[in-house]
Design a protein around this ligand. Structure first.
Ligand SMILES: [Zn+2]
Length: 93
């Protein structure tokens, strides 16, 4: 019995539904810029970029936006450009 449990644990070390309850209901996010080819990131469009910043005006991390590393860099650049031309805030409150 103990052996069996140990075995299951080892098999499911990297991705698993029931071993670690902390990660149980996590679903893999898909990068919205990769999945939607018509989605063009534009630094002159603050409404679009608002999805990638939090209420304090900070850029959201990749684990939250779900963007791939390439597109996260694009998002960061776009947000920073938008801040420079005062379409997005550097900080709020
Ligand atoms: Zn992507």
């Amino acid at each position: 019995m103990a052996d069996k449990k140990q075995n299951k644990r080892n098999n499911n070390k990297n991705y698993d539904d029931d071993y670690n309850p902390k990660f149980r209901k996590q679903r893999k996010k898909v990068c919205i810029l990769c999945s939607d080819k018509n989605f063009v990131l534009d630094y002159k469009n603050p409404e679009q970029l608002r999805k990638f910043i939090n209420d304090k005006g900070k850029i959201l991390p990749r684990r939250t936006t779900g963007a791939c590393s390439k597109h996260q860099r694009d998002i960061t650049l776009a947000v920073k450009r938008a801040r420079h031309i005062a379409m997005l805030p550097y900080a709020q409150n």
